[in-house]
Design a protein. Structure first.
Lengths: 381, 340
């Protein structure tokens, strides 16, 4: 497997149109308690052959975002608005039947759980060649040959005999390889990988990520990798979008994001994970509070209730996605990390004893309650 | 991998738990046997956290449960403060269980959804006393407070009213009310978001200092294990590969499998070099028919004929660092071995 990690592809100028342009995408779900704004105004463009990592905690909207783009969100209570231009076509204007012609051929998805994304009572070979036969109209024998070749390309040993296996006869790593083979079967231009390795062991995860990178390079695919693991995106993506409460709060080329992160949430997310390079018992910098309620999100900046730099303006006015040092680096913050204003804000909050600032400074233990006196806080949910 | 041997057991420490030659086997039908854990030995000193890492199927959870005699191990001994649990009868084991507690991976399903938090946490006291409500509540509220849950707010609520992180705090409070000698944490943070995970890990460290807890911490995330553990044991297919003080293990892995795990772990730094040199294709062999000799040899880039014939024994690499490998990546401290 290749150990090239980022941008093995053509230089930027050689590419014409971006493959994917998403503008002001909103996916809302009506439920009894109100409207869940799972994705709320997401815009980005993605050039051909690049990999975008979408990072965030559970409930940040990262999975709904990728499914909305593929138009996999169904149900009467869901609505998707905005525009999605894929290769010059307006996806949201297409009827569902038209979308079916794109699935597999133009865009495909690898799901999180390899155990449940295969049909347990159908042999993997048939699951693998189902859409090859449908889309490409080949004979059964040809489809089998293609299927065996696909299994070989994702490095499944003895592909001829594995073709006739049922999913339960394979390990988790092998099943995820089959899922990748299914996604790649019709040669899609765009691959969505939704937490493709979360259910797998680290050694298998490493193999699967290498496999995805290698297949992407060979096929010149564009990829969106959705994950909660900053470690996975750090080594495997060209750009990263950090999501919080259904919005992109920061987006930058991978190296730039890690070198010069501007949004307090990005910083907090990175600081909260234990790192192997640190000595044992290193105190972790936990984020106080918990992910926001998507039905009644906070006014102003959605991260403001948990943010150590928060000021009055943040609680009232939501910051727009604005450019940082380069046009490729955008963030949504009034008091960006590293700016003199943010330092003043932090000091002010510390002096005022704001719990999340105290926690960030290591003077108070971060909990899910944000009241200054934990005993006075509500039970929460 | 590994291997057997007890060279790494310590004599001069205040040992809470000493496990020797622990073997757990399960019948698999047609006279076949799953060798889940095959002769591992380790000890844990008072106030220490031992991390157990390895891929799924390596036997780390089975080891944790075998300490609790759930189920009783097939062979070997489990000594808790000098008492061999494997020889106790049912009633004495029941009494001993108060010294052992467990925290599970899924915090929400490990609390009974129909009961109130006050009852859930007080349940161990219902069995062992004190039985008076006031006495119980004094203990329960102190524990809830210690884990960062407001006792008066939580008392009459039910588990569904709390988030995953809060449920895990409540599970920890329940484990603490008996003041156990040893708590076995089986993947306690893997179901939680990173922000909440950090809160729980910090809290466990605080509780450890406050109550002098001794922990077995089972997890598959190597960074998490390093953060919380004083010593780490690496397991593969029912055997122990390597055991060491944590910083030493991560700085100088001696077993090829440990290095494979370390180099496979994603690092949140785009400038980090991805090391594929030790990457081997292939999967965990079946624990029904494990490979002869060293069990890791089928995936090991360094394996040769001796690995097939002879099972490696634990050998000393440095102070508190032992490895079971014929071809360790760092030099064996032969002098120390002959002195032992």
């Amino acid at each position: 497997m290749s150990s090239d990690r980022s941008s093995p592809h053509l230089p930027r100028t050689d590419r014409s149109e971006p493959l994917l342009v998403v503008d002001d995408l909103r996916t809302h779900f009506e439920v009894e308690a109100g409207t869940v704004k799972a994705v709320d105004g997401v815009s980005f463009t993605l050039d051909r052959g690049r990999t975008l990592g979408v990072v965030g905690e559970s409930g940040s909207g990262k999975t709904v975002l990728s499914r909305s783009i593929m138009r996999l969100i169904s149900g009467g209570n869901a609505s998707t608005t905005g525009t999605i231009r894929y290769d010059g076509q307006d996806l949201l204007a297409k009827p569902q039947r038209e979308m079916q012609k794109l699935w597999g051929v133009e865009m495909a998805m690898v799901f999180q759980d390899p155990m449940t994304s295969l049909n347990p009572v159908v042999k993997v070979g048939r699951q693998l060649t189902e859409h090859v036969r449908r889309h490409l109209g080949v004979s059964k024998a040809e489809a089998r040959a293609t299927g065996v070749e696909l299994l070989r390309s994702v490095r499944i040993p003895e592909p001829e005999s594995r073709f006739d296996n049922y999913p339960h006869e394979m390990s988790g790593g092998m099943r995820q390889r089959v899922c990748i083979a299914i996604a790649l079967a019709c040669g899609p231009k765009m691959l969505f990988a939704d937490e493709p390795t979360t259910a797998l062991d680290v050694t298998v995860q490493h193999q699967i990520l290498n496999l995805l990178a290698q297949q992407q390079e060979e096929r010149f695919m564009t990829m969106i990798m959705v994950t909660h693991d900053l470690g996975v995106v750090a080594g495997r993506t060209d750009e990263i979008a950090v999501m919080y409460a259904g919005r992109i709060v920061e987006k930058a080329p991978t190296a730039e994001l890690f070198r010069d992160m501007r949004h307090p949430y990005t910083q907090a997310l990175l600081w909260s994970i234990p790192k192997m390079s640190e000595p044992k018992h290193t105190r972790l910098s936990a984020i106080a509070g918990r992910p926001p309620d998507l039905i009644n999100p906070p006014k102003g900046c959605k991260f403001s209730p948990r943010c150590p730099y928060v000021q009055d303006r943040c609680r009232e006015e939501e910051p727009p996605l604005s450019a940082a040092s380069g046009p490729d680096h955008q963030f949504r913050c009034w008091y960006p990390v590293g700016s003199p204003e943010s330092k003043v804000a932090f000091e002010t909050n510390l002096a005022a004893g704001l719990p999340q600032t105290m926690a960030a400074a290591g003077k108070l233990e971060a909990t899910e309650e944000l009241s200054a006196v934990p005993a006075a806080a509500g039970g929460g949910r | 991998m590994a291997g057997s041997g007890k060279a790494h057991l310590r004599a001069a420490v205040d040992t809470v738990l000493r496990v020797e030659d622990l073997t757990v086997e399960f019948p698999a039908g047609k006279d076949r046997v799953v060798h889940a854990v095959s002769g591992i030995s380790f000890d844990i000193a008072r106030g220490e956290t031992l991390g157990l890492v390895g891929e799924s199927g390596c036997g780390k959870s089975t080891t944790g449960r075998a300490i609790l005699q759930l189920p009783k191990p097939t062979g070997g001994s489990v000594q808790l403060k000098g008492t061999d649990l494997t020889h106790l009868d049912g009633e004495s084991m029941r009494e001993k269980r108060t010294d052992l507690q467990m925290i599970f991976q899924d915090p929400i399903s490990s609390l009974n959804p129909r009961r109130r938090i006050g009852e859930v946490v007080a349940e161990p006291l219902d069995v062992w006393g004190p039985h008076e409500d006031d006495e119980q509540w004094k203990i329960v509220s102190a524990m809830l407070d210690a884990v960062g849950i407001d006792p008066d707010v939580a008392r009459y609520k039910r588990p569904h009213e709390f988030s995953g992180g809060q449920c895990q705090r409540i599970s920890i409070a329940r484990a603490l009310v008996m003041e156990p000698e040893l708590i076995i944490c089986d993947e306690p943070v893997s179901a939680l978001d990173v922000s909440v995970q950090a809160q729980i890990l910090n809290m466990l460290e605080d509780l450890k200092a406050q109550y002098g807890l001794t922990l077995v911490f089972i997890a598959h995330d190597l960074a998490v294990v390093k953060n919380i553990s004083d010593r780490v044991a690496v397991m593969y297919l029912g055997k122990m590969c390597e055991i060491s003080e944590s910083d030493e293990l991560y700085a100088r892995p001696a077993h090829p499998y440990t290095r494979l795990l370390l180099s496979s772990s994603p690092i949140p730094d785009p400038t980090a070099v991805i090391d594929d040199s030790l990457l081997v294709e292939g999967e965990l062999p079946s624990p029904i028919a494990p490979p002869s000799g060293c069990r890791f040899r089928t995936r090991c880039p360094l394996s040769d004929e001796i690995c097939e014939r002879v099972e490696p024994q634990m050998r000393r690499v440095a102070d508190d660092h032992y490895v079971a490998c014929h071809h360790p990546l760092v030099e064996i401290d032969e002098v120390a071995v002959s002195l032992d």
